[in-house]
Design a protein around this ligand. Sequence first.
Ligand SMILES: *[C@@H]1O[C@H](CO)[C@@H](O)[C@H](O)[C@H]1NC(C)=O
Length: 142
Amino acid sequence: MKSFQVLSLFAICCLWMAPSVQACKKCSVDCTLPECMPYDISQQSVCTEVTHELPVPSQCQWGANGLYRHTDFQLLKGRIIAYKLQWFNQKWSSWFVPEYNDLDCKRNMLGQSCAGKPVCPDSLRKMWAYFCDHNHTYIICK
Ligand SMILES: *[C@@H]1O[C@H](CO)[C@@H](O)[C@H](O)[C@H]1NC(C)=O
């Protein structure tokens, strides 16, 4: 094969396999000032606030997983950045931020089970344990 044939074959493959220009949206498409970068940052997470979710009794993992950090990925396929709980007197809590201020004063007790598995007795929990029986609001990034 002549070298220009190899080269054109390579070019065809690369063009065919390249992601569409729209999928790689450069900053400079919407931002035309001189300080705007010509690079693509579109793969960053999209964050949304989900307000006033009702209790989810089927999701016992929020409490049963104890201090496991990735229950949000397991159940909601995203990372919870901050959340609030609505107490039974209707009042809303202030923001809880995972790892910063969301340790629960209550612990998991001997004899609890979740999804057919025993819960570790005396395990600590995060405040999102209350998602199963309290209204709640959260900011999630996916
Ligand atoms: C939870 O939300 C529902 C629907 O908005 C509301 O009826 C209920 O009173 C709320 N629960 C509490 C404890 O405030």
